[in-house]
Ligand binder design. Sequence first.
Ligand code: LLP
Length: 405
Amino acid sequence: MTKMCEQISFEDLAQQFGTPLYVYSQNELSTAFSRYQQTFSALKPLICYAVKANSNLSILRHFAQLGSGFDTVSGGEIARVLAAGGAADKIIYSGVGKSVAEIEYALTVGIKCFNVESLPELDRINEVAQRLNKVAPISLRINPDVDAKTHPYISTGLKANKFGIAMSDAERAFVYAHSLPALKVIGIDCHIGSQLIDLSPLIEACERLLILVDKLAQQNIVLQHIDLGGGVGIVYHEEQTPDLHFYADELTKLLQQRSLNLIIEPGRSLVGQAGTLLTRVEYVKQGEEKNFVIVDAAMNDLIRPTLYEAYHHIENTVFRQPEILVDVVGPICETGDFLAQNRMLAAEQGDLLLVHGAGAYAASMASNYNSRCRAAEILVNGKEVKLIREREKIDDLFANERALL
Ligand code: LLP
C-alpha cells in the first residue's frame, strides 16, 4: 500500500523535492494543539509552544494562528516568533545564559515574561530594565527536585542540574526579586524534563511549587501565574501513551480554586508525531559482523539516536521480505552516525525509508557537520504541499567564510 502523508504519497514528495527531506502534516499539528486545548479546557492555560522543538517559521505561524504563545530560549528564537507573526506579549523567555543584548531585545519588543534561572540573572535584568526605563515582568524558575524518570540528558528538574533556583533558596530569591525596582514578579515556573511517559512527576512538581506560592502570599508576594514547562512524551516505540487527561484532571483539582493562571510549554508533544524524515537507501553492505543499510540521511539531520540512544521507527515504503538484522547508518565519518541499530528491516538500494517521530528535535538540531547541506522541509495540508525551507546549497555552506591566507 502506498505510504501517504495526508493525501500525498511520500514517494512523490521525495521525487519532487529530493532526500533527505523532513515532511510535516499540518493536520497532525492542528490536532495535537487542539487536543491540549480540549483536555485542559477547564483551566484555559496559555499554551506556549517550545520553539526549540521545531523552529521553522511556517510551523510557528501555524501555531500563532491557532492562538499559541511561545516559549523561547534565545534572542534568535524570539526573532523567529516575531518574524512568523507571533505576538510579543505571548512570548516567555527561558534559559540559564541570557546575555545583556538578548535581555535588551526582549524588553524592547515587550515579551510577556522572563523565566529567570539565577540570582545574578535577576540583577542583570534589573540593571538593563532600569537603563531602558522599563519594568521587566519576571517569573522564577524553581528546581523542584523531582525525578522526571527520563533519559539523564533530558532530565532537568533534579538538584544536580544546571537549571533553575534550588527549592531551599527559592523564598529568599523571590523576596530579593520583589525588592528590585525594575522587576515585577508575576510568576513561578519549572520544567523538570522531557519525554515523560509517566506524568505524575509533573503533578508532584506543581504541588511543591504551590506550597511556595502560599508562603509567598503570606509575605505579600502574590503571583499571577504558574508555568509548569513542557515534558509530555510521545510514543516512539513501545512506550505507553502518556495520559494527558490524568495530567489535566489532577492540575484542575490543584488549581481550580485558585486565581493563578496556568502556562504550559509543550514542545515535542505538539510537533513530534507530525514529522517524518524521508531518506533514500544508497547502499546495502554486508560487514563482517553486521549488515548495514547506508542511507542519505545522517546524524546531522537527526542526532537523537546518537545523542540519547533514542529509538525512531523506520519503515520501508517498498514491501520486502525477509527482514534481517541491520544497522541503518548515514554517510558521516563517525561510528556514532546511525539512525537505528540492530533493527529488523528489509531494504535495497534506491528504497525510500520513512523515519518516524521526526517532527521534534530533528530539523531544529540539524548541523552542517561533514559539510552536508541541511535538508529541505515540507508542510502538507491535504493535497497541498508547501516548501517551508529550501534545501541548503553547497555555496551556502561557506558563504560566511573567507579564504584569507
Ligand atoms: N520548556 C523548557 C524550559 C524546556 O527546556 C523544554 C525542553 C521545553 C519547555 C519543551 O519540552 P518538551 O515538551 O519538548 O519535552 N533535544 C532533546 C529534548 C531537549 C528538551 C529541552 N527542553 C530530545 O531530542 O529529546
